[in-house]
Every structure is written in structure tokens, then in C-alpha cells.
Ligand binder design. Structure first.
Ligand code: GLY
Ligand code: MN
Ligand code: MN
Length: 441
């Protein structure tokens, strides 16, 4: 058994207990996706599947059978194949799966049609990631139907089909020490990549060159992938929330917004920094930047166990609205402006999301229609922003076209919080001094 399997085994034990004796859970791996003729997209394992198995191959299915005497954990996977090994590399095969991944029973994936219906027999409930892989859902229905067809032989098919999301995603929401270690590593690499980008930036450089610097840092430090396509938006492009073209020349006097994070051992980091292309904030840029930074500090302060999910967002809205009034971009009474969501043309997204194996990670935000309370082990982003669109005629011209977001990854701890990504400079003076040093070097 591989060393890391201890952690996966612990998760499986908990999951098996939740699924319960007499029931079954079935989860399929991700599939290889075709990019174009003979070329595939890089394979990324399904997060639920990996969370429980640590098994990183496509064409695999894991089955949980609590209480089954011959073993509670079954894997269907590819058999070892000499030709495959030669062309694309070795797969674990049945023996490898049994030895390294602590499965009780391993079967060839090609035999699943013959074996899985038998495992469904006489089970009360079938848990699976309903809706996530529609093709596989259909297969499960077909296998269940086969069992139903044998009812006269005295076997019964699962009577209840239940989404496994609720059980698994509540588990994934609270990160273990091991998961936090992976997230810290992802954060560390991404922090350094942002610093590198700041040092590399100057007028005349293209967004794609900055993007390449970031990717270079990720990959040369062992990250297999970005956690999401990086946003590298200079000037007006910083006002486009999901800008990913990353192909414009950077202009003197503009800001550059970079939203980029790598994935480490299938755990994401998600960092945004905004800084001046020429290394020095203009007065207007500084005023709006400082406001977003103040909002971010206020929001991070709200990340405490026992506070509710929306507290950081509420704090952000309060600080931003007050500040926009002070700077003259909004007019009126702050409570009324907040109630009427007058900030929304300039701040249209929420202040964060869960972070984990998926960049927008799993886990409910509300329980019984109430915002859920923060608990130690949860990780969330805190990412306020201000985007003054170029056509915002209602505000003074000097503010238009400025887009700012500041994003950090924050772990809820027993006593409060820990910012995993605060090594990336965000104070005005720290950014300016890092860029100044790079210029004179
Ligand atoms: N990078 C994706 C996000 O910030 O939500
Ligand atoms: Mn984010
Ligand atoms: Mn982001």
C-alpha cells in the first residue's frame, strides 16, 4: 500500500460508514477528452473519485459495499497492457491496484457489465454523483434495470437512487492536515509566480508574456497544471471579469490584473493581484486600490469560526459603499445605497467561494436556507474588486476603465483564520518597492 493511502483509507472508512450497511455507492473516474484528431486534453481525475481512491487513471470505477464480507472496496480498472505501456506508459493493472491502492477486489473494467449488476443485488440504496456524468448515470440505470428484471429469481434492485454529493461534499469541505499541506504548497508556488509576474511587468510587454512567466513558474516547480485558465488583463481588460484572451500589449499608466493559481496534488490555489504596469500607482488608481484592499482586510477579519458564510461579503459591501461615497462615485446615505445595491455596477460578484480540489469547490453555502457557519478546516477565497467600466458616464472620467481585484485564500482555524497566500505583495508600498527593485536590477 502506498504511504498516502492511509489518508485515503481514512476517508473511505468514513464514507463507508455514512453509506451504511445494505447500501452501495458507485463513482466513476473522469474520462479522457478528445481535443482533436488523435490528440487528447491532459487527463484530470474526477475530484470525488480521487478524494476517495488516490487512483489517477481513466476508465475506472470504484464501488463501496459497506459490510460486504469479501471486502467493502472494489475497483474496476484497466488491465496491465504491454502495448499500452510502450505507447502511453504503464497503468497500475489489477495487481498494482490491489497492492498500491488498498482495494479489496480489483476487476477488469471490461467486465463491469457482467459484475456490477450482481453487486447491486439486494441493496436498498444506490449512492452516486447524480447528474455529474450523465452517460454513467444511464449505465447505472441500465444495470439496475437488469437486476429488476430478475426479481422472480428472488433478488431486488436498489429502491432508492441518492446523490452521493451531500455525503462526500460535506467531507471535502473540511480539509484535513494533509489537504492543508497540499493547499499551502499550491499557494506557495502561486505566490512566487505572482511576484515573478510583478517583477517582469513593464510597458510594451504583452499579456501573453506575463502569462508565460506564470505558467513557467508553475510547471518548473512541479505543478502539473493551472487550477484554471489565468486571467492576465491590462487596462480595460481588467474590467472584463472572465478575460482570458491574454494577448494585448501593456500600456504605461494602466493597471494589470492577474488572477492565476496552480494546482498541486489536485488542490487549487486562486490568487488575484492588481498592480501598475509602470510600477507606480496614479492617484486615482491608488485611491480605488486602497479601498479594495481595505474591503479585503475587513472581509478577511470576518473569517472566524462561528461567523456565517456571508459575513465577509457583507463587510466588503459596507467598506466599498462607504468608500465610493467618500470618493464621489456614489451619492446618498450609505445604508440606503447598500439596501438598493447601488455598488453593483462597480462590484457585481460575490466576495468568495469554497476552495479545495476544485477551484470553485464543493460544499453547501446555505443550510436550511440560512448561510452556514464557518468551521475550522474550511478554505475560502476573499476577493473583493471594483470595476469602473469605460462607459460609466455617471462617474468622473478620471475613474473610468480602472479594474481591480485582490484575492487571497483563507483557511478557517480554531482561533480565527490563516491567509495562505499573503506572501504575494498587496500593500501599495510593497508592490511599488518590489517593482522598483526589479527595474533597477
Ligand atoms: N479564478 C476564479 C475565481 O477567482 O473565482
Ligand atoms: Mn476565486
Ligand atoms: Mn481567482
Amino acid at each position: 500500500m502506498l504511504k498516502e493511502q492511509k489518508e485515503f483509507a481514512r476517508r473511505r472508512k468514513q464514507f463507508l460508514r455514512m453509506v451504511g450497511v445494505g447500501n452501495i455507492a458507485v463513482i466513476a473516474s473522469a474520462s479522457i477528452m478528445q481535443r482533436n484528431s488523435d490528440v487528447e486534453f491532459p487527463f484530470r481525475q474526477n475530484s470525488d473519485f480521487f478524494y476517495l481512491s488516490g487512483f489517477d487513471e481513466p476508465e475506472s470505477v470504484i464501488v463501496f459495499l459497506p459490510g460486504r464480507e469479501q471486502g467493502e472496496y472494489v475497483l474496476f480498472c484497466r488491465e496491465f497492457d504491454e502495448t499500452m505501456a510502450l505507447w502511453v506508459g504503464a497503468s497500475a493493472g489489477l495487481e498494482g491496484a490491489a497492492e498500491d491502492f488498498a482495494v479489496d477486489d480489483a476487476f477488469p473494467i471490461d467486465d463491469i457489465d457482467d459484475i456490477l449488476p450482481g453487486l447491486l443485488e439486494d441493496k436498498e440504496r444506490l449512492y452516486f454523483p447524480m447528474g455529474a456524468q450523465p452517460e454513467f448515470d444511464k449505465q447505472l440505470m441500465d444495470w439496475s434495470q437488469q437486476v429488476r428484471g430478475r426479481s422472480r429469481a428472488g433478488v431486488s434492485a436498489p429502491a432508492e437512487f441518492i446523490s452521493s454529493d451531500h455525503l462526500l461534499h460535506e467531507m471535502r469541505l473540511i480539509k484535513s492536515a494533509q489537504e492543508i499541506k497540499h493547499m499551502k504548497k499550491a499557494a506557495k508556488i502561486s505566490v512566487a509566480a505572482h511576484k515573478r509576474a510583478m517583477q517582469f511587468t513593464e510597458a510594451g510587454v504583452n499579456e501573453y508574456q506575463i502569462d508565460a512567466e506564470i505558467k513557467h513558474h508553475f510547471m518548473s516547480n512541479g505543478a502539473k497544471s493551472e487550477a484554471y485558465p489565468a486571467i492576465v488583463g491590462g487596462g480595460l481588460n481588467g474590467c472584463v471579469l472572465h478575460y482570458t484572451q491574454n494577448n494585448a500589449k501593456l500600456n504605461d499608466g494602466d493597471l494589470l490584473l492577474i488572477d492565476a493559481g496552480c494546482e498541486w496534488e489536485n488542490y487549487a490555489s486562486d490568487i488575484t493581484r492588481t498592480f501598475p504596469v509602470n510600477g507606480v500607482f496614479s492617484d486615482e488608481q491608488k485611491a480605488l486600490y486602497q479601498l479594495v484592499l481595505d474591503a479585503q482586510y475587513a472581509a478577511i477579519e470576518q473569517v472566524q469560526p462561528g461567523n456565517h458564510w456571508n459575513d465577509p461579503h457583507d463587510a466588503t459591501v459596507k467598506v466599498l459603499t462607504k468608500g465610493l461615497v467618500k470618493l464621489g462615485l456614489l451619492k446618498g446615505r450609505v445604508p440606503t445605497l447598500i439596501k438598493n445595491e447601488a455598488y453593483k455596477p462597480y462590484y457585481m460578484h460575490r466576495t468568495g467561494h469554497w476552495l479545495g480540489m476544485d477551484v470553485h469547490d464543493v460544499g453547501d453555502y446555505k443550510i436550511d436556507k440560512q448561510w452556514r457557519l464557518l468551521e475550522p478546516g474550511m478554505v475560502l477565497t476573499v476577493e473583493p474588486g471594483l470595476y469602473i467600466q469605460p462607459n460609466a458616464k455617471e462617474v468622473d472620467k478620471k475613474w473610468r476603465g480602472i479594474g481591480i481585484r485582490i484575492e487571497d485564500d483563507v483557511l478557517v482555524t480554531k482561533k480565527g483564520h490563516e491567509v495562505l497566500t499573503d506572501g504575494a505583495p498587496k500593500e501599495v508600498k510593497d508592490i511599488e518597492s518590489l517593482m522598483e527593485k526589479a527595474r533597477v536590477a
